[in-house]
Structure formats: structure tokens, C-alpha cells
Ligand binder design. Structure first.
Ligand SMILES: NC(=O)c1ccc[n+]([C@@H]2O[C@H](COP(=O)([O-])OP(=O)(O)OC[C@H]3O[C@@H](n4cnc5c(N)ncnc54)[C@H](O)[C@@H]3O)[C@@H](O)[C@H]2O)c1
Length: 372
């Protein structure tokens, strides 16, 4: 584990205006080429003393040069580079980042720009949200998963031991810049991982979108900007109703109760699953539960499973029921000892907080063939 800081350059003085951009529950999302000019304007107006870019080793090499080139003159810039991968979303890395920022004299007029996948937007958002009680930050997602999901919605955080996202905060970035060009260097398996969250958006909210995605050939094509926008719209519409996840926002957790347990256990193995792969298995299992508890029709359940099993045909995972149940029990979405799930009643309609018996969770995991 390491954290490096690199100095980039001091840019010439920028126009200083005493305008701060307040953090609120609604944040703009800037798309494509336009995003660069909007970000440039934001920085120029922001009177920032310095900019801290949070990147991992891949986005440092593959995305940062393009971003810096596109932004032109900037205030003092520092680059905080961390190792790529889920293990980086840890308290140890966070502490190191706090310390490096302090050594580099980040102050309340600094801006943090998170350039990376969901690990970077989760970690960097938490870093920015906690350093000096909160600095403004911008998310620039570079993975499909971060574009359609992790970078927007204001959830930031890190893992604690094997509990996913156990520590974190709700805070929106000042803006999210979605630049699909970054997907050009994203490995195929990462594209497929992000696609799982898009499928989830269709399943919980938009049957037509689900159909479009189900017919989409992930082996041949990269999801279009239109599709990315649709996913973001669905997520945003949910969040606008319930930023702090008191109720309706839980609909976004379809596939995640079991999916997170799978992901956490798989992280301890030699070949951990990607986030979306674990969520795909979680959605298959939770589709079984939806049939039993949410009156999802047999035909739709079969359709969902067949699409997921075809796209993620090579994704396999086995664990002991008790290990998975322990993690599911510790899931933030549960109340006390009760299992509560987000399910779908039909394609395009999710429901939240459905109490489920432990036996039926085990049965669904057995049917999904994830029990050792
Ligand atoms: N906050 C939320 O609402 C939310 C929602 C969903 C997922 N998440 C979190 O997101 C994380 C997963 O995100 P992820 O799948 O993006 O993982 P990730 O950040 O680890 O990125 C995946 C891999 O792709 C590389 N990469 C990213 N962009 C690239 C690019 N343009 N070119 C080449 N390589 C690139 C990364 O370096 C990494 O190796 C999980 O920790 C998950 O819990 C958060």
C-alpha cells in the first residue's frame, strides 16, 4: 500500500472571485466535451488555493494527462496516487491521504478532483468530505460503473475489515463530469462489471431500458452516452426523492444485499470478483427471492436470469452459507436481526424493505449455486 504525491505545476494566477459553490443535495452532471469547459469555468470562478487530484495508478497514466491537457492553466496542483483496487478503500489508505494533504498544506480553499473508478470516487469523496470538515470536490468517473453509479448520488466511504462501505458519509460532489472517452482504455471485464448496474437500473425502474440492455451485445459494443445518461437519470430520480436513504433510495440496492456479501468474501480469495460481477450473482439470487416474496412472474424471473447468466456465464463463486449470512446480517440495510431486501415485483418496478426469512435467503443462494 502506498500513497505518492507528485507536484505538477503552478499555473499563472487565475481570476480570483470570492464565489464559493455550496454543497447541496442536487449536483450538476456535465457530459462529454462540454464537461471540460464547464469544469474550467467552475475552477476559474472558484478561487481555489490548490487542486488535489486523487487517482489510482491506472487513471494516473491513462486519464490524468488527457484531463490536465484539456483543463489548461490551473492553480497549484498536487496528485495523490493510490494503488488500484478495492483494497485501497481502507482506513489505512485514508489516514495516509489525510496526512499527505496536511503536509502539502491543503486548506479550506483547496479543491479535490477524483479521477477514477468507483474506488477513487468513494475514497476521494470521503477524503474530501472529512478533511478540514469538508472540502469541495468534483468526481470525474473513468470506469463505466463509476459513470452510471458510484460517482453520483453523494455516497462516499471506505470498507472496514470485510464489511463493504461500513464507514462513510453522504455528501454530493460540486459536479460530476461524465466523459465517455475515458472508456476507451477500460478493460472489457470492467465494462461488463459496470453494465451490471445499468441492468439493475432497468430492472428497478424502466422495463424498456432493460429490454434495450438485454438485447445489447456487450462483446461487440461499448454502451453509448445515451445509455449512460439514462442510467444516471434513473439513479438521480431516485436520489432526488430520498438523498439519505430513509426509504425509496433503497430500491437501488437490488442485488446488493447478497451481492455485497459475495463481493466481501471474494475479496479474500486469489481471484476476487469485480463489483458488478458480484452484483450480477446477487441479482440472480434476489430474483429468486422476488418470485417468492414480490409476485415476480415466473416468465420474467426466467428472462432476467437467462440474460444475467448469459452475460456473466464465466462468473462463479462458492462460499459457506453461514459466512454469507453473517455478512448479510451485518448489512446496513437490515434492521436488527431481520433480513430486509429490495426486490422487484416486475421488470421495471422495485420495492424496498421486504422482510425475508433466513431459510428463503439460503434457498435462493442454493438455487444460484453459490453455496459450497
Ligand atoms: N458510492 C456509490 O454509490 C457506489 C455505487 C456503486 C459502486 N460503488 C463502489 O465502486 C467500487 C467499484 O467501482 P469500479 O468498478 O469502478 O472499480 P475501480 O475503481 O477499482 O476501477 C476498476 C479498475 O479499472 C481501472 N480503471 C478505471 N478507469 C479506467 C480507465 N478509463 N482506463 C483503464 N483503466 C481504468 C481502475 O484502475 C481499476 O483497476 C466499489 O468499491 C463499489 O463499492 C459505489
Amino acid at each position: 500500500m502506498w500513497v505518492a504525491s507528485r507536484f505538477y505545476y503552478f499555473a499563472k494566477d487565475i481570476l480570483k472571485k470570492a464565489i464559493r459553490y455550496p454543497v447541496n443535495d442536487k449536483n450538476p452532471i456535465w457530459f462529454g466535451e462540454n464537461a471540460f469547459s464547464q469544469l474550467k469555468t467552475f475552477i476559474a470562478k472558484g478561487d481555489f488555493s490548490s487542486i488535489f487530484f486523487v487517482v489510482d495508478e491506472n487513471t494516473h497514466d491513462l486519464c490524468l494527462p488527457y484531463l490536465l491537457q484539456s483543463l489548461g492553466d490551473l492553480p497549484r496542483c498536487e496528485v495523490l496516487e493510490v494503488e488500484a483496487g478495492e483494497e485501497t478503500k481502507s482506513p489505512e489508505v485514508l489516514v495516509q491521504l489525510w496526512m499527505v494533504m496536511s503536509e502539502l498544506q491543503a486548506d479550506r480553499h483547496s479543491l479535490v478532483i477524483n479521477l477514477g473508478g468507483g474506488v477513487i470516487t468513494d475514497l476521494g469523496g470521503f477524503l474530501a468530505g472529512t478533511y478540514m470538515r469538508g472540502l469541495p470536490f468534483i468526481n470525474i468517473p473513468t470506469s463505466l460503473l463509476a459513470m452510471v453509479d458510484a460517482s453520483n448520488g453523494g455516497k462516499n466511504g471506505i470498507n472496514l475489515g470485510h464489511f463493504k462501505n461500513r464507514v462513510g458519509l453522504f455528501q454530493n460532489p460540486e459536479a460530476v463530469c461524465v466523459i465517455p472517452d475515458f472508456l476507451e482504455t477500460l478493460p472489457e471485464e470492467e465494462l461488463r462489471s459496470g453494465f451490471a448496474e445499468m441492468l439493475k437500473h432497468g430492472l428497478i425502474a424502466d422495463a424498456e431500458y432493460w429490454k434495450e440492455l438485454a438485447e445489447f451485445d456487450m462483446d461487440e459494443e461499448v454502451p453509448t452516452e445515451e445509455m449512460i445518461r439514462r442510467s444516471i437519470e434513473i439513479k438521480q430520480a431516485v436520489i432526488d426523492q430520498d438523498f439519505r436513504e430513509a426509504g425509496p433510495r433503497k430500491v437501488l440496492n437490488f442485488g446488493h444485499t447478497i451481492g455485497h456479501a459475495i463481493e466481501s468474501l471474494s475479496l479474500k480469495t486469489e481471484n476476487p470478483l469485480l463489483h458488478g460481477e458480484a452484483i450480477a450473482l446477487g441479482m440472480i439470487a434476489e430474483t429468486h427471492i422476488s418470485e417468492k416474496y414480490a409476485a415476480l412472474s415466473d416468465a420474467e424471473a426466467r428472462e432476467i436470469r437467462s440474460v444475467l447468466e448469459q452475460i456473466y456465464s464465466d462468473v462463479h463463486f462458492l462460499a459457506k452459507a453461514e459466512d454469507l449470512l453473517e455478512l448479510i446480517q451485518g448489512d446496513k440495510k437490515n434492521k436488527g436481526d431481520e433480513f430486509r431486501f429490495t426486490l422487484i415485483t416486475q421488470i421495471g418496478n422495485g420495492v424496498v424493505d421486504v422482510p425475508i426469512s433466513m431459510e428463503d435467503v439460503v434457498e435462493a443462494m442454493t438455487l444460484t449455486k453459490i453455496l459450497a
